[in-house]
Design a protein around this ligand. Structure first.
Ligand code: CTP
Ligand code: CA
Length: 220
């Protein structure tokens, strides 16, 4: 039911969401990746659109349908994601759900072959740009910047420190010690300047709806 303006409080607002993993090529046939499915980020993009927002979804490589009414930009690497985020500005709110690869390699143009003597090749890792930190500190910072933090231990302590370090307004801390990555449910803590709010384990769609509503309240 999408009745009156009260049901679509984000009408006229621009939202930017990142979702999924990034892939960092090693050579034409191999890449570095992670277990992010994109489900939570896609659900948040859909929930923001349901509340009336104009949503740009910057998606890493995932196999998910685009939620209705959303502009989707597909990317592969962290650097492509950073460029797509920049191109999607300005926005009133950014929700950075993507599991961005922290490191990349300088990819080989040709397939790396096994050397005859069996010595494994050494991968030289370089750090990727921190998209969230860059956005938070940048000249076109959205009014509300929300980061995610995937943690397996000391979840609240790590996420609280991450909020400071990244300069974002909220961190949604994700306990990924169980089957969260790729799974259907999520157990999160919302960390803001005011403190920590812990939600029960909920389906990802419900987590998304609650986060979208909280964003609408904040921007009202
Ligand atoms: N993020 C980002 N760009 C990166 C790395 C992370 O924008 N290069 C964003 C993620 O989208 C997420 C937040 O930063 O919103 C936290 O990501 P996370 O991997 O938990 O934080 P890191 O700072 O990379 O710390 P670590 O992996 O060491 O826990
Ligand atoms: Ca990381």
């Amino acid at each position: 039911q999408r009745a009156g303006p009260a049901a679509r409080p984000l009408t006229g607002r621009r939202a930017l969401v990142t979702a999924g993993p990034t892939h960092e090529p090693i050579d034409p046939v191999r890449y570095i990746a992670n277990r992010s499915s994109g489900k939570q980020g896609f659900a948040i993009a859909g929930a923001l659109a349901d509340l009336g927002a104009e949503v740009t979804l910057v998606a890493g490589p995932v196999s998910l349908p685009t939620p209705p009414g959303i502009r989707r930009v597909d990317v592969e690497t962290a650097r492509e994601m950073a460029a797509a985020v920049e191109a999607a500005l300005p926005a009133d709110v950014a929700v950075m759900v993507a599991a961005v690869a922290d490191w990349r390699v300088e990819p080989s143009g040709q397939k790396i072959k096994k050397p005859a003597d069996g010595t494994p090749p050494a991968l030289m890792l370089g750090e990727n740009p921190d998209i969230l930190a860059g956005l938070s500190a940048g000249p076109r910072r959205p009014r509300l910047v929300v980061g995610f933090a995937a943690e397996t231990n000391d979840v609240i302590a790590h996420a609280t420190a991450k909020r400071q370090r990244k300069g974002c307004d909220w961190i949604v801390a994700n306990d990924v010690s169980g089957d969260v990555m790729g799974g259907e449910a999520n157990s999160v803590h919302i960390i803001t300047a005011a403190g920590v709010e812990s939600w029960d384990r909920l389906p990802k769609g419900e987590v998304a709806a609650r986060i979208a509503q909280r964003i609408a309240d904040e921007l009202a």
